[in-house]
Design a protein around this ligand. Sequence first.
Ligand code: TRP
Length: 330
Amino acid sequence: MAKILLTGDRPSGKLHLGHYVGSLQNRVALQHQYESYIFVADVQALTDNFENPNLVKESVYEVILDYLSVGIDPNIATIYIQSQIPEISELTIYYMNLVTHSRLERNPTVKTELIQKGLEESFSVGFLCYPINQAADITAVEGEIIPVGEDQQPMIEQTNEIVRRFNRIYGEGILKECEALIGKVGRLPGIDGRGKASKSLKNAIFLSDERDIIKDKVFAMYTDPNHIKVSDPGKVEGNIVFAYLDVFHEDKEEIDSLKKSYQKGGLGDVQIKSILFSSLEKILFPIREKRKTISKDFVMDIALNGSKKARKKAMVTLEKVRAAIGIKYA
Ligand code: TRP
């Protein structure tokens, strides 16, 4: 039997190139090899967007549209919405007993997010506990292979700690451990050169961006601030245009020779940006076109059918978990 692949995204905006190279490409490539479950984590998105439920709801639709546009095939992969599987919430409650408060506060991803969102002084219990909810996402469908970006590695470790603790207390082999599968590029830098590409930092190129927007973003990219005249020698390290060319430009030899000319002097930012723009358009044009052919009704149909299927699987897991804990009365 094929192993189970599971992964998801928070619907708090559309997906961008960081998601594409971090995880989406892997999902598309592996959907034929593994039994795939791909979901939109709206319950998790509410943990830091609880005052903005409309953003979450609209993004559920947009993110599934992103999935379909990049080539996740709904006839092969099960696509679903987290909130439609209430069994995940019940599992979360049982797992909460297996994790200490201080362990959650030490989770590096949570720590970074609290700083980024300015929440260090005051954050909700719901937010702090989202890694536990994520362990429930994974174990509900017995996910083993988890394609994610590098920043999610601590979540996988935390999930496996919960799994081991659960099994030690309630019975070996009941829950399965999982492993992260980090994409070709675990961490894509933002176009402004400040940290990773992220929607909250507004420094990402979205899969659904129109051609003109992509062009504007590429031409506004951070390069080498000391490369003023075309004839000046330029720096390649820390230069975001080259970081993106390394990831998205097919011809590696051409990149090497571009880098050499840039370092020597004589190659302008406009030229390297034009080359990058064409490479990105090669990838993003077909994604954008496919997006236009998909209707909202189709998206919702896929998501609701997928949710029914995922729910059946989660129900089986929940029954096993309840029985193992000893709270089955009939
Ligand atoms: N935390 C992930 C993100 O921010 C989304 C997510 C929720 C997830 N549950 C998951 C990813 C389970 C992998 C497995 O992108």
